[in-house]
Write a protein that binds this ligand. Sequence first.
Ligand code: NOJ
Length: 768
Amino acid sequence: MAITLSFLVAALFASPLGASDASSYARSPPVYPSPPGKGVGIWADAYYSAQDLVGQMTLEEKVNITRGFTVTDNVCAGNTGTVPRLGWPGMCLHDAGNGVRATDLVNSYPSAIHVGASWDKNLTYERAFYMGKEFKAKGINVILGPNAGPLGRSPLGGRNWEGFSVDPYLSGQLNAETIVGHQDAGVIANIKHFIANEQETYRRPYFGVEAISANVDDKTLHEFYLWPFMDGVRAGVASVMCSYNRINNTYGCENSKLLNGILKTELSFDGFVLLDWNARHNLDSANAGLDMLMPGGGSWGDNLTQAIHNGSVNDDRITDMATRILAAWHLVGQNDTSFPTPGIGMKNLTEPHEQVDARIPESKPTILEGAIAGHVLVKNDGALPFKENPRMLSVYGYDATVPDTKNTDVLFQLGYTSSQEMGQAVLGTEQHFDQAAKGGTIVTGGRAGANAPAYIDDPLSAIQYRAKSDGTWVNWDLTSSNPDVNTASDACLVFINAISTEGWDREGLHDDFSDGLVLNVASKCANTIVVIHVAGVRLVDQWIDHPNVTATVIAHLPGQDSGEALVKLLYGEAVFSGKLPYTLAKNESDYAVYAQCGRGPSNTTDPQCDFTEGVYVDYRHFDEKNITPRYEFGYGLSYTTFNYSSLLIETLDTKLGSGGPITSSSDEKLWEFVATVNATITNTGEIGGGEVAQLYLGIPNSPPKQLRGFEKSVLPPGESAEVIFQLTRRDFSVWDVIAQGWTVQEGEYAIYVGASSRDIRLTGSIAV
Ligand code: NOJ
């Protein structure tokens, strides 16, 4: 089989010039035929079983399992067909990021952005594992996550919070942990949205207007947007969701270059490609590498059978589609008879339904620890932790308490009480909702990534619960924009938020009401502590330098244990160890890309978005342009201090720069450890705490620093730990657009180890 790109075709998509020649005339070249799954490595047994089962199926049966059907007795986002003759029960596919969506008796985990802020691989795995168990208990075969895109090209992206980080390396590592955790629990993970799905504005075609075309050059695609998907495929992800948008003017789910060429050939992906719900596709999408339609039969319907009969889709292709789907099912062990009936726990809640309580007690510590770990302390003038039990606390702001309504969707998070569909910001001109969710505290963002919590442990309740045992007097005023302050208050806590949801990009990065509230309280209270729940970046420059703002916590989206986690941190029963998984700028205009393409009035029916900034997104851009951020990528304070020492760099491959470009990411050479970097971290403070040591690499002809390692150590006071960063050949590589492969350039590679992207404590280098 020869899916080979001719040099000419590669050059059309790619750029010999490098990062920033993406243009509105970008074209995605055709790459056919679609490569059949090989079933190697971890897939071998699963393919063997799948091939056996598919071998017994008729054409109609094979077609049936590649599409969705309306099922009225469950609320799964999608249900495949079944093959009763062979006892194949079909599959339920369902969202996702915070836990099982739109049902009861499940937990709400910290959102992905919160997990990203924890920089904790073990917790990430555990969260994914327990979450996966809940999906399985509910009879869900495919969990529609994790999310490797959007990465966060623009800080206004409505779905940025559904991903772990704007950094491809951090995102890739945590996607991999999540995939392994989900699949160890017995559900099929689905990494999404493939690819360059960086905005909600024009996210889908609508009334004759095409979806946005993300015009990305080949180098940027590989080094930035594809990077976390590579980690996902390497981790064994069993399905990938193609995206709504166009990439280089071809829709994601019709894009043979991306699906056949990159995903299934270059990355050797053996699982199945799933349509994002009702995404643009056509009959030829099967030839382009799409394997499953959702939520219905779409343009395939019965036509796919005909297309196979008339030869426009090859019989081998439908066999491959069915094999890939059934291999995924076998890979995670769903052939085991103990797997629940698909959709069993997902009945319509307004009708009599079987109660499937998916929560297991073992998950509780992970949910609480995860909630603690994603809080980032960005300012502390000694206000935290509380020195002794405060005599009087005053609590302000709409975000301190529970919303009025708990809805199984999360529209309550947005101040809406009905679950009506709120439309789509497809044209970028519709009225958006308030930036702040004034109806109550937020523990998740909105729509597909969200779920309804078992309960919400809100900040005010948690503070009051603690006050009961300590004898603290608590005042609260959650509605005034300029509240009165009892001057005897030991501390004033102001709770604000910034919400975001699928379907809309954000209106801005801060709002006047919330900023005014902080300033008003700070003008009357000498010890004002600000806590912000955020679904993305939220600027703080309107008040952060106010001398009475003595501490600020970026609390992200902690899930159901929000209040308890915060109280433990405020009182010093837990220690902050989170770090920002993005850059918090001083001004909107400091970001490489602020507004998305096509915001505001526009007459075009063919919206284009040229990713001319290349890989210079977030801290790569701030470093390159020497822009001082308010708080840099990787930044976060602790209650203790850490010393870094004893940098040791060992090159394991002395011929690192030699050897040809690596064109296939299944080539083991790409993943070999070629260097090891050791450092010693010592807790030099008075109390125990966790530190995330970060390694950045200065690759020649690339951004000044790029994250290539991180390790979290928890240390008692006075103790040290050695952290070991193992660097792969890929970590040193750039994408060579001419050779169409990963290559290590000759030159000097700077090694930076530190507490953030700008707090570098140890430096060294490797000469290649
Ligand atoms: C559309 C969203 O883009 C996707 O992320 C989600 O999984 C599906 N809807 C199903 O709800």
